[in-house]
Write a protein that binds this ligand. Structure first.
Ligand code: ZN
Length: 175
């Protein structure tokens, strides 16, 4: 096995973030399953931005649209009864993107434990707050509620990534 970046033969097969990949010991380049490499690189890039591992796949999927820009995100904090959320700015004036976002969310909601919704506000442009709906006040949230919401983040990330690859999102993908 040769590193396709630097040509070194000093390449080790090992577990990287739960994926079995080839890592170059000289330049750090990862090789192997393309999707797995993309997930690891996405995780590392997200951490550099200070994001929690659990929100990274969802944030990356939404940002890959080229239409939504992250303003802030949190995986939630059980100690402060804070559910997770993702706050995005819509960077295009075309509201058709909101319809696509909502349609995708409806599909994702079939797989999530909780029901997620988008709250829109006008702050110079349109911002979208993606959050789970609870039928109780924040002070009554249990650790189980917050755990369900945190687990949903990964389900949402997977669902949005799948949808964004489909033609109705209108996003052109480079291989
Ligand atoms: Zn290398």
């Amino acid at each position: 096995m040769e590193c396709d970046q630097c040509g070194s033969r000093n390449v080790t097969r090992r577990d990287v973030e739960g994926h079995l990949l080839y890592e170059c010991n000289l330049c750090g380049n990862l090789q192997g399953n393309d999707d797995a490499v993309a997930r690891v690189e996405e995780l590392r890039a997200g951490r550099e931005r200070g994001l929690d591992d659990r929100v990274i796949p969802l944030v990356s999927a939404l940002e890959s649209s080229g239409v939504f820009r992250l303003q802030s995100a949190s995986a939630g904090d059980p100690r402060r009864n804070e559910p997770p959320y993702v706050l995005l700015a819509l960077t295009k004036s075309d509201t058709a993107w909101l319809e696509r976002l909502l349609r995708s969310l409806e599909i994702a909601n079939r797989e999530t434990r909780l029901r997620w919704l988008v709250e829109l506000t006008l702050q110079r442009g349109i911002t979208c707050l993606l959050r789970p709906r609870f039928y109780k006040s924040p002070s009554d949230l249990t650790p189980e509620d917050l755990d369900a919401a945190q687990k949903d983040l990964l389900v949402l990330g997977r669902s949005f990534r799948r949808d964004l690859g489909l033609s109705w999102w209108g996003v052109s993908h480079t291989p």
